[in-house]
Design a protein around this ligand. Structure first.
Ligand code: GLY
Length: 557
């Protein structure tokens, strides 16, 4: 039976010309026995189903879904971004693909401090060399079954003939009026002024031309030739320094995932330049040492211990950087002795503060990343997170082809001592260097039991990705919860600094919050990451879940 379910949640600010609308419904699990996808948009699910029916494997499905999302959700999945994927095919050991953006050749550790006009968040200087097109191409080259050109069908027709914009699309786009360069306004607003309302048809014929070049010429169609020239001149006109040589030199990397054990499950995590793998591995070990899963569910004891575990695990994030430029102290951070000492330092009665490893200060966070997960009954899996970093990245859109470009440079230590848009002040390991990738929180994750893939998941949400993925892993493995219940369950987020415990708004009773405050936590309501997950039982039955905290869809058969 074909299943297809959609959940939407959108909010608009009331302004003089706008009214406020809100709609939210609860996510329902989707089940199947051949393949399932959990994704941020029903367009990606429709593409996935078509490609699978044509004989595509999970990699074909993921690449085609990624292309579709680059058209329908440009604010976080445009070709001008980058990302990570964990892949498992044919029962082989899972591999990690790093297609993150890299710093342009003309940058240096003082690129931002030496010139006050350069911003790592807005405009051309914020842009890293995009990785998404090469990442999708590499995935297909290594594992794809269908012809490359076949994967573009939906993306091209959605760009040419248009698609109906969602509430999320309008909410993300309407606020960009002041940030967009002229091309952004031209392509994403009606008559450069009014924005599209949910349900209105939106076409991108200029993007379709770039997609055709990519389809017909492969990476050369994006990283060289007309599209590359358009990117370089658009970025230059907005104060950026990416040259044709940067684009031509761009390469992806296959990396060994970090592998950890949690209660007899093998958990495969994204290694640096993601910080997610190290932080999650530390936290899962502390959970096991302290038998967190045996504490009463949603008790003060459980939540206090969870918060203290996150606090400790996030502390080490500041020590990480791109492995090609820096030897990450992964062994020191994840060995048994270190983790036992950290775990035993947690007091059941009160918060025990630790000294920061580096200075930091207050956050202002963003949710502009996205994720989708594909899993089939044989255990083949792609779990892929992609991002432009901020909403529409840098706000720069290429003049000729309308490609939205990232502001991933803000994930570097751009101005030592100052927080980035996620409130993370980072270390020397993550300083700007030409050709380097910035530290990330993106955490696509795979779980195996006795050699079989049993869970694939990931999320958008900056550092909240890490706490989101961690808590779903803990609840599915440790508490044996159904995947949908685990995804929707109330969450906490603590990223060490600021020393604040963020709790899921409206889902924890005030008495519980007061009890946490009594233990010394500074509690504030906060948003949480949106998790997209697919689970597989021993018999190969599949169940997908997406987070009711935002738009999503799941489907398959
Ligand atoms: N740009 C957000 C991240 O990579 O964590």
């Amino acid at each position: 039976m074909e299943t297809f379910k959609i959940c939407k949640s959108f909010k608009f600010l009331i302004t003089t010309s706008l009214f406020f609308m809100a709609f939210q419904s609860r996510a329902i699990p989707t089940e199947g026995h051949e393949f399932l996808i959990s994704a941020p948009s029903h367009y990606a699910v429709e593409t996935a189903q078509k490609i699978h029916k044509m004989g595509g494997n999970v990699v074909d499905v993921a690449v085609a879904a990624g292309l579709t999302l680059s058209v329908t959700t440009p604010y976080y999945a445009a070709l001008g971004g980058g990302g990570f994927a964990l892949v498992r095919m044919n029962n082989e050991v899972p591999m990690a693909l790093d297609f993150r953006e890299v710093a342009p050749l003309e940058t240096s550790p003082t690129f931002y401090t030496s010139n006050k006009n350069r911003s790592s968040q807005d405009g051309g200087a914020a842009i890293g060399v995009p990785g998404n097109p090469m990442g999708l191409y590499e995935l297909h080259k290594k594992y794809g079954k269908l012809r490359w050109k076949t994967l573009f069908g939906d993306a091209l027709s959605l760009a040419e003939s248009g698609f109906y914009v969602s509430g999320e699309w309008t909410a993300k786009t309407s606020g960009q009026e002041k940030r967009f360069n002229p091309a952004g306004k031209k392509y994403f607003f009606k008559d450069s002024k009014k924005f599209y309302l949910p349900g209105e048809l939106f076409k991108q014929p200029q993007l379709a031309k770039a997609l055709k070049l990519f389809r017909d010429q492969g990476p050369k169609g994006f990283y060289q030739g007309r599209v590359a020239k358009d990117l370089v001149s658009s970025i230059k006109s907005q104060g950026g320094v990416i040259r044709l040589e940067d684009l031509k030199k761009y390469k992806v990397r296959w990396l060994q995932p970090i592998k950890t054990k949690y209660l007899n499950y093998d958990v495969y995590l994204m290694p640096p330049p993601s910080s997610g793998g190290v932080v999650i591995a530390q936290a899962l070990s502390m959970m096991e040492i302290l038998n967190l899963h045996k504490k009463p569910y949603l008790s003060v004891d459980e939540l206090h211990t969870l918060a203290e575990i996150e606090y400790r695990a996030f502390r080490s994030r500041a020590l990480l950087g791109d492995p090609d430029f820096f030897k990450n102290p992964i062994e020191q951070l994840t060995n048994d002795k270190t983790l036992k000492k950290l775990a035993k330092g947690i007091s059941p009665s009160k918060v025990r503060p630790l000294k920061p490893l580096i200075d930091t200060s207050d956050p202002s966070e963003s949710t502009e990343t996205t994720h989708f997960t594909v899993l089939d009954s044989k255990g083949n899996a792609v779990t892929l997170t992609t991002t432009l970093n901020g909403n529409y990245g840098s706000g720069v859109v290429s003049d000729r082809y309308g490609i939205a470009l990232n502001n991933e440079m803000d994930d570097f230590t751009t101005r030592p001592g100052e927080p980035n848009m996620y409130g993370l002040v980072q270390g020397e390991a993550n300083k700007v260097e030409p050709g380097k990738r910035p530290l990330s929180s993106m955490s696509p994750t795979l779980v195996l039991k006795d050699g079989k893939t049993v869970l694939a998941l990931g999320a958008p949400g900056g550092p909240r990705i890490i706490s989101g993925v961690l808590q779903v892993l803990y609840r599915v493995i440790g508490r044996e919860m159904d995947i949908d219940r685990a995804v929707q369950a109330p969450r906490l987020h603590h990223q060490f600094l600021p020393n604040t415990l963020y709790v899921d708004e409206e889902s924890l009773p005030p008495l519980l919050i007061r009890a946490l405050e009594k233990k010394g936590h500074k509690v504030e309501p906060g948003w949480m990451a949106k998790v997209y997950a697919v689970q597989r039982s021993g018999e190969g039955l599949l169940k997908a879940a997406f987070d009711h905290r935002g738009e999503g869809a799941a489907g398959g058969y």
